[in-house]
Ligand binder design. Structure first.
Ligand code: DQA
Length: 144
């Protein structure tokens, strides 16, 4: 099974960025954790991060035929991007939405999520563990 993990804008600054909310570990730590956990589960993980909405859309489109499922934290685009929602719907791959912080207990504008209209699951507020849970959910349900 091949899984694409996509992280959106400002997540390249993990570790530096608002550590009280997002923690002190870096994106590289997250990518290593998920890749290693994927190996244990027998799946290969490709990790991508971009600050650009169109690039995220391109990668979701590219996943069609190349990956079996998507793990995505669209970051701030969660709350604004119909394009990301439409791309997920267009490719039709199983997808899980992850947020490090609990978007439901922060500012009002973070409570709305476009990708949640498509994603099978939204996991928020569990830090890196949320990615592990999302990965395990996808592997359990979809690995053949
Ligand atoms: C986030 C939550 C978003 O509201 C925010 O814009 C982010 C990160 C999270 O992982 O908690 O950049 O997706």
């Amino acid at each position: 099974m091949r899984i694409l993990m996509i992280n959106g804008p400002n997540l390249n600054l993990l570790g530096l960025r608002e550590p009280d909310i997002y923690g002190t570990q870096r994106l590289q730590d997250l990518e290593e954790l998920i890749t290693t956990h994927g190996e244990k589960l027998g799946v290969s993980i490709k990790c991508l991060q971009s600050n650009h909405e169109g690039e995220l859309v391109d990668w979701i489109q590219m996943a069609f035929d190349k990956y079996d499922a998507i793990l995505i934290n669209p970051a701030a685009y969660t709350h604004t991007s119909i394009a990301i929602l439409d791309a997920l719907k267009a490719v039709g791959l199983p997808a899980v939405e992850i947020h490090l912080s609990d978007i439901n207990t922060r500012e009002e504008f973070r409570k709305w999520s476009y990708p949640s209209l498509y994603c099978e699951k939204t996991i928020a507020g569990k830090g890196f563990q949320g990615y592990i849970e999302g990965l395990e959910y996808l592997v359990e349900k979809y690995s053949k």
